[in-house]
Design a protein around this ligand. Structure first.
Ligand SMILES: NC(=O)c1ccc[n+]([C@@H]2O[C@H](COP(=O)([O-])OP(=O)(O)OC[C@H]3O[C@@H](n4cnc5c(N)ncnc54)[C@H](OP(=O)(O)O)[C@@H]3O)[C@@H](O)[C@H]2O)c1
Length: 318
């Protein structure tokens, strides 16, 4: 059944963003591409942080006629040295940052664990560890440019279901000891992002830097399409599931609300969601800006702080 889509309000949609600088990771595709398009339409300068620079440059051709501007820069979140290089290049070119949209993500669909260059399990490595290092390395410029915002893409799968709520395994974040399960790994990565937004907002109190975690919806993007099975099955399934899924533009709305709306900043640290048939909890299906996560493991500040403290060491910050 189709659900009413949450959409940014008129004031937000028409806000003049000229003079503002944003970074959107994974800006060449799906939700990131549409988020980028709207920011540029409203006059912003967007640094499109892409793993494949040529793909970024190609889609950015469409943005040349819009009011704002863009710059495509290389960022591979599965490689911490690439994150460091990106930060170095960004800081050498820019002296302000008003919004960091940690949008890129992937799910590794195989039966066996795949790893980032630094040995993290791939889903959590890209979604959480890579974005963690990126965010922490840009905190000073975000504080200096405040008011500013940080958005971390999560997913409704972080909520799990009433009899099975995913949680971060602090003693084995990277499937070194457990049997690998791709969907569990992805869900845990997205719990980590909800917890990180929560911890960061607490740490950044009084700085005018706000943080949010987001479920974009069930986007008709390229998500999961590296998988051969998904590549075959997606076009066959598309007509049947169309009414349940969201366009990439609809899926960008929640990130845009968190990045631009004056209302969002009243809820720093919280989880925001597009409506989504994918929730197993009935009360979540209509979404919410913000939405109370039904997963107790995703709102436990003690766990959030332990996760962050462990992550500092794992990404080489302490
Ligand atoms: N699609 C959904 O229904 C859905 C639902 C819930 C949450 N989400 C989340 O929404 C976010 C956006 O996904 P989407 O639906 O727009 O998917 P998408 O079309 O596949 O876009 C994902 C983007 O992430 C980039 N990316 C993947 N690995 C990367 C890496 N190692 N370094 C840098 N960039 C990397 C991709 O780059 P390439 O083009 O080079 O691969 C692409 O630009 C993700 O965080 C996803 O987990 C999506």
């Amino acid at each position: 059944m189709a659900r009413r889509k949450l959409w940014i309000d008129n004031v937000t949609e028409n806000k003049d963003l000229s003079g503002k600088t944003y970074i959107v990771t994974g800006a060449n595709s799906g939700v990131g591409l549409e988020t980028t398009r709207q920011l540029i339409k409203q006059g912003a300068h967007v640094v499109m942080a892409c793993r494949r620079v040529k793909a970024g440059q190609k889609v950015a051709e469409e943005f040349k006629s819009l009011t704002g501007s863009f710059d495509v820069m290389r960022l591979d979140l599965a490689d911490l040295s690439s994150v460091r290089e990106f930060v170095k290049n960004f800081l050498s070119r820019y002296d302000q940052l008003h919004g960091l949209d940690c949008n890129a993500g992937m799910v590794s669909m195989g039966r066996d664990v795949t790893r980032t260059k630094d040995g993290f399990e791939m889903s959590i490595g890209v979604s959480y560890f890579g974005h963690f290092l990126l965010t922490e390395s840009l905190l000073d410029i975000l504080k200096k440019s405040a008011p500013s915002r940080i958005v971390l893409l999560s997913s409704c799968v972080h909520a799990g279901r009433p009899d099975n709520r995913p949680y971060v395994h602090l003693d084995d974040l990277n499937y070194d000891k457990r049997e690998f399960n791709a969907m569990n790994a992805y869900s845990e990565a997205k719990v980590a992002n909800v917890l990180y937004a929560l911890e960061l907002s607490n740490r950044l109190k009084g700085t005018n830097v706000s943080t949010f975690s987001v479920h974009p919806g069930w986007a008709r993007s390229n998500f999961g399409k590296e998988n051969v099975f998904m590549r075959i099955i997606s076009p066959i399934m598309a007509p049947f599931i169309r009414s349940m899924t969201d366009s990439n533009e609809e899926s960008a709305q929640t990130s845009l609300h968190c990045l631009i709306s004056d209302q969002a900043v009243k809820h720093s640290g919280e989880y925001f969601s597009q409506s989504s048939v994918l929730y197993r909890d009935k009360e979540c299906k209509d979404g919410g800006w913000p939405l109370a996560t039904p997963n107790p493991h995703a709102k436990d500040m003690k766990v959030a702080k332990e996760l962050v403290s462990k992550t500092y060491k794992l990404v080489g910050l302490h």
